[in-house]
Design a protein around this ligand. Structure first.
Ligand SMILES: *[C@@H]1O[C@H](CO)[C@@H](O)[C@H](O)[C@H]1NC(C)=O
Ligand SMILES: *[C@@H]1O[C@H](CO)[C@@H](O)[C@H](O)[C@H]1NC(C)=O
Length: 468
């Protein structure tokens, strides 16, 4: 009795699906997507129509100020630690159950005071060629690496886009490898997102990923690249996707290490069926192998709930937490490094242990990224990107882009690292990225793969370029 009723329910659901898919297929899916973006200005003084736009590209050196370092160390020394520490069990106090681990925080304090050398980092970074150019009212910073600087315009180009809480530093190793490889025929452009590091922060609202996409396209045009490849993770993956949507004729390829399309109710049903009935409803065989045969939706939701608090905070009240983070270097370091830790080792029960993912990096790598946020005072403006993204979703203004697919003409590479925040099955990913040329599984590596695994990352870029 019960079973036949269930069968009928399943049949009705299947019928609804069939009608919906059929309709979609006939009328929607075949229409090539066409997107537009508002032209917005984010600088302090709105230019008048008489003003001549400044297209110049100015060389830039990262500034070093001794007084800034002295002040930082002074503040780190005076850190007011919270007492009492919590005893998670009677033996161990050095867990990260309640947030960033205390012992790790103390060792970072010690390293910042006694060992870390910002001056040396700045000198090393200044070995690269840095530039700034004004777009939409903001000075946008970028590193440019090229094998033979005289013929940039004739070269193909790759644009590398970082996310939060990262920076252009994430792509320097990969770019160096590309520059010294046999496929060195590329002009490599590594910008700081607006409001991050040495790029100006917007003083007007509305700097969403879609607006950043527009700015990055302008940057590439200005550098003489009407066609280029985009590589990105985190926000960089989202912005790269937006660039490919808005300017499909200019994007030769898109390589991303994080997939985050808006899920529709169809996808949720897919996910639920795969979870409760059989993974093969959703996953191809190689995906089942990669994920260990299952797709655990409840595990996924639990992870999002445990790890997603920062997102809500930054999407709603970025400035409030910003006061604290911009005032305390150690507070800033723990806030940022908690993410680097957790997002580099997402395997089960890591939250119960030490900040284990941090051992994938050197302290110098980790703290240089933190110092970039500290010395430029950009943590607040960086977090506002979540606010702007959330606002654009809530307002529904850019819904078409947020939910829509890429043009089928844009080749895409999806690179899955084991510890990326979430794995999105191929069937779902394809709905957004119809032309996937390369799909790679890595059994290690995390959210910051380009700096954690530069060799692997570089090889995937190379593989992708050869297919274009
Ligand atoms: C963590 O705590 C244990 C037990 O107190 C100790 O042996 C170990 O050295 C600590 N680890 C770190 C990195 O502080
Ligand atoms: C890139 O390669 C060129 C040519 O070998 C070299 O002159 C330049 O220093 C390299 N740039 C970087 C950042 O490694």
């Amino acid at each position: 009795m019960g079973l036949s009723r269930l069968n009928r329910i399943i049949a009705v659901i299947a019928l609804i699906f069939a009608v919906f898919y059929g309709w979609n297929y006939l009328f929607d899916a075949r229409r090539p997507p066409c997107y537009t973006v508002d032209v917005k200005y984010f600088g302090a003084n709105i230019p008048s129509s008489n003003d001549v736009e400044d297209f110049s590209i100015k060389p830039f050196k990262i500034p070093f100020e001794r007084s800034q370092v002295d002040d930082m160390i002074d503040r780190v020394r005076k850190t007011r630690f919270y007492e009492p520490q919590i005893l998670v069990d009677n033996r161990n106090t050095n867990k990260s159950t309640y947030g960033f681990n205390r012992q790790t925080a103390e060792s970072i304090q010690d390293y910042l005071i006694n060992t870390y050398d910002w001056k040396k980092t700045v000198q090393e970074l200044n070995n690269f060629d840095h530039y700034k150019t004004n777009i939409a009212g903001l000075d946008i910073h970028f590193v440019r690496i090229t094998h033979n600087s005289e013929r940039n315009e004739k070269k193909d180009a790759i644009l590398f886009l970082h996310g939060w809480p990262g920076s252009f530093l994430e792509y320097l190793d990969v770019a160096r490898l590309l520059n010294s490889s046999t496929i060195n025929n590329y002009d490599l452009i590594i910008p700081s997102l607006p409001g991050y590091g040495y790029s100006d922060a917007p003083v007007r609202a509305g700097m969403s990923p879609i607006q950043i996409a527009r700015i990055m396209q302008s940057l590439m045009q200005r550098l003489g690249h009407s066609s280029y490849v985009v590589c990105g993770g985190d926000w960089g993956a989202i912005i790269g996707t937006n660039i490919a949507q808005l300017y499909p004729g200019h994007v030769r390829g898109l390589l991303i290490t994080m997939v985050a399309p808006a899920l529709t109710w169809k996808h949720y049903i897919h996910l639920a069926l795969a979870h409760y009935i059989n993974p093969s409803i959703l996953l191809d065989y190689d995906e089942q192998e990669y994920l260990g045969k299952r797709f655990d939706a409840s595990q996924y939701l639990k992870f999002m709930w445990q790890e997603g608090g920062y997102f809500h905070l930054q999407a709603t009240k970025p400035d409030t937490i910003g006061y604290a983070l911009n005032d305390s270097p150690l507070g800033l370091a723990t806030y940022i490094l908690e993410k680097w830790s957790r997002w580099s080792n997402t395997q089960n029960d890591v939250d119960q242990s030490m900040n284990s993912g941090l051992d994938r990096f050197t302290l110098d790598q980790l703290l240089s990224n933190v110092m970039l946020y500290w010395t430029t005072g950009t943590i607040t403006s960086s977090m506002r990107l979540y606010f702007e993204y959330f606002s654009s979703i809530l307002s529904g203004h850019d819904n078409k882009i947020l939910n829509g697919p890429l043009a089928a003409s844009v080749p895409v590479a999806i690179i899955n690292y084991r510890n990326e925040l979430a794995y999105l099955p191929r069937t779902i990913t394809r709905a957004k990225y119809p032309n996937i040329k390369l799909w790679v599984f890595h059994n290690s590596g995390g959210h910051f793969a380009s700096i954690e695994k530069p060799q692997e990352y570089y090889r995937d870029v190379e593989k992708f370029l050869l297919q274009l």
